[in-house]
Design a protein around this ligand. Structure first.
Ligand code: ARG
Length: 570
């Protein structure tokens, strides 16, 4: 695949510099930044890394080097400013290069083939059966989905796995609770809500009645032993919960390649435990089986409890082995909250001890909490937020806003769904992954704020300009009509998109794309408010329309990468 316009420019800078400095291309690229203002130039090379070799101050080096460098090809000007060398691109060459690239590649602009032939597995969403789909799982869902999409842009085959929490001691609790208080009819009518209240009730009652916990353990034992009644109830809980989760995935338009959850690995656990034993790492400790990880400064990894039941970590170890044998992944990403950091450290360490060379291709991608102004949400106490209601509310509120702004809009409900759901997704993804997401309706539905609706609205606005134009867009235009500062700013941003996609993927950070889209919207709206795109002057119109087409294409692609819809009208 051909290099992007931005890469061609940085390659050019590397070529110019490498004749004079003893740095390799990667080192030069790493030292390239952006000058504080556009007037100073488009790229800045800091001379700090040369100070040792040259035995001079960075400022002196920058001065001397600048004198020796000659601009060529895409570079028009090379100037010195303090310890930096600033490079200014030649707009006459750069603008057509960028716009023609976007125009010819269309929706595939930003894609590359660095991942061709490679596979990445993304373990994401993974809610727990019989518990409500909480906001924490929503974060994993939208971040994981976007990471899949980003890796696909880089050419990887991406396998999305929903590691459902469909096994574990909580099912003992649930069955015990159902046996005591459950009603079949109620459970059929609103499954997850009822299962959840059984779960909450269990914990409340267990405070008072100690025997309940014992009952629960007994049910879980029966479940692990495969006893009929236990299995029947478990299957039923699983099935009705999955149906509800499916509704949420439909709203978000998210698909998984596999729903192999924790229970899927049950039949492999004995073998996994044997393998750890055979490798000589397993130890009995007070009746339980553990892997001692003290020499790595990590608490022991529990493989089997004293009552013989297996654990979350055991299932994750088995799952990783199974997945490698099945998918031969080059990388496996777990998108799971930061509170499970230790769990993944333990699991990864055990796999490493077992000698699996792919153990260092496992990555835990943690994230912060969602805050509703009143702290963390917990599933045990029962003050949980039901996600479907959250989506419903988002759609209703959005529909009201649209009703005011654009009463004539057809398919209002559908657009409101795309925008309302998009607002929640964008609110999440525009927050840096490790930061807590702050959940406020007013802020995230503000059509003029740093929000999803704002990006979608900008997209719809440019779509409408193109509809009005109504003719075929072409790329043989007079590019010199697009050389104002505002237009140049837009062109530069457009040129950055491929590198933004790469960086977001490498850092597992969709917020890089979200922030970029906000910048692009800001620059594009400024251009749009300042210039008339459609005018009597045909030549200018053709040139500006091409720019608009490119903006719309990149905004649409960016939204898609975040897992959002791009409505043509709003
Ligand atoms: N179900 C788990 C939870 O809600 C998340 C599972 C994450 N994936 C994994 N392979 N452990 O906490």
């Amino acid at each position: 695949m051909e290099n992007s316009a931005a890469e061609k420019v940085t390659d050019q800078i590397v070529d110019i510099l490498k004749q004079q400095v003893k740095l390799n291309p990667t080192q030069i690229r790493d030292a390239l930044g952006t000058p504080p203002t556009a007037e100073l130039g488009d790229y800045a090379f800091g001379c700090f890394t040369l100070a040792k070799e040259w035995r001079k101050s960075p400022t002196a080096i920058a001065q001397e080097l600048t004198k020796r460098l000659r601009p060529e090809s895409y570079i028009k000007k090379i100037e010195n400013a303090g310890p930096y060398i600033n490079f200014t691109v030649d707009r006459e060459k750069f603008t057509p290069l960028v716009l023609r690239e976007v125009f010819s590649r269309g929706d595939s602009y930003g894609n590359c083939d660095v991942g061709a032939g490679k596979t990445v597995v993304v373990d994401f969403s993974s809610p727990n059966i019989a518990k409500p789909f909480g906001v924490g799982h929503l974060r994993s869902t939208v971040i994981g989905n976007s990471i899949c999409r980003l890796y696909r842009c880089l050419g990887y085959t991406c396998i999305g796995i929903n590691h459902l929490g469909d096994w574990g001691t909580q099912f003992g609790k649930l069955i015990a609770a159902y046996k005591r208080w459950g009603k079949e009819g109620q459970l059929k009518a609103e499954p997850v809500r009822q299962l959840y209240s059984l779960y909450v009730k269990f914990h409340a009652e267990a405070q008072k009645e100690k025997s309940l916990e014992k009952e629960a353990r007994e049910w879980f034992r029966r479940l692990e032993a495969g006893e009929r009644e236990a299995i029947r109830l478990w299957r039923w809980f699983r099935e009705i919960s999955l149906k509800e989760f499916q509704r949420i995935y439909d709203i978000l338009d998210i698909h998984f390649d596999s729903y192999a959850g924790e229970s899927f690995y049950n039949s492999m656990l004995a073998e996994t435990i044997e393998e750890v034993k055979a490798a000589g790492f397993a130890q009995e400790s007070q009746g339980a089986l553990i892997v001692d990880l003290e020499r790595f400064g990590i608490p022991p990894c529990l493989l089997r409890k004293s009552d013989g039941s297996t654990l979350y970590a055991t299932r994750d170890i088995a799952a990783a082995i199974y997945r490698f044998n099945t998918y031969r992944f080059d990388k496996m990403i777990y998108v799971v909250g930061a509170d499970q950091r230790l769990h993944f450290q333990q699991v990864f360490k055990v796999l490493e001890l077992l000698g699996y060379p792919w153990a260092d291709a496992l990555v835990h991608v943690p994230f912060g909490l969602v805050r509703f102004g009143n702290g963390k949400m917990s599933t045990r106490k029962g003050n949980v937020v039901f996600l479907e209601e959250v989506f419903q509310r988002a759609v209703e509120l959005t529909e009201k806003i649209i009703e005011e702004k654009n009463p004539e809009l057809q398919d209002r409900r559908e657009v409101a769904t795309q925008v309302g759901v998009g607002a929640i997704v964008f609110n999440d993804l525009s927050t840096k992954r490790m930061k807590d997401v702050d959940f406020s309706w007013d802020r995230m539905l503000n059509f003029n704020g740093q929000t999803g609706p704002y990006v979608q609205y900008t997209y719809a606005r440019f779509s409408s300009v193109l509809r009005k134009y109504g003719r075929q867009v072409e790329d043989n235009v007079n590019f010199s009509l697009l050389n104002s500062t505002m237009e140049t700013r837009v062109v530069k941003l457009l040129s950055r998109f491929p590198e933004v996609v790469k960086r977001a993927a490498n850092e597992y950070e969709p917020s890089v794309v979200a922030t970029y889209l906000l910048d692009l919207c800001e620059a594009s709206n400024q251009f749009y408010n300042h210039f008339r795109v459609l005018s009597e002057d045909l030549e200018t119109t053709k040139a500006r329309v091409l720019l608009v087409w490119c903006i719309k294409t990149v905004l649409g692609k960016g939204l898609k990468v975040l897992g959002m819809k791009a409505p043509e009208r709003m």
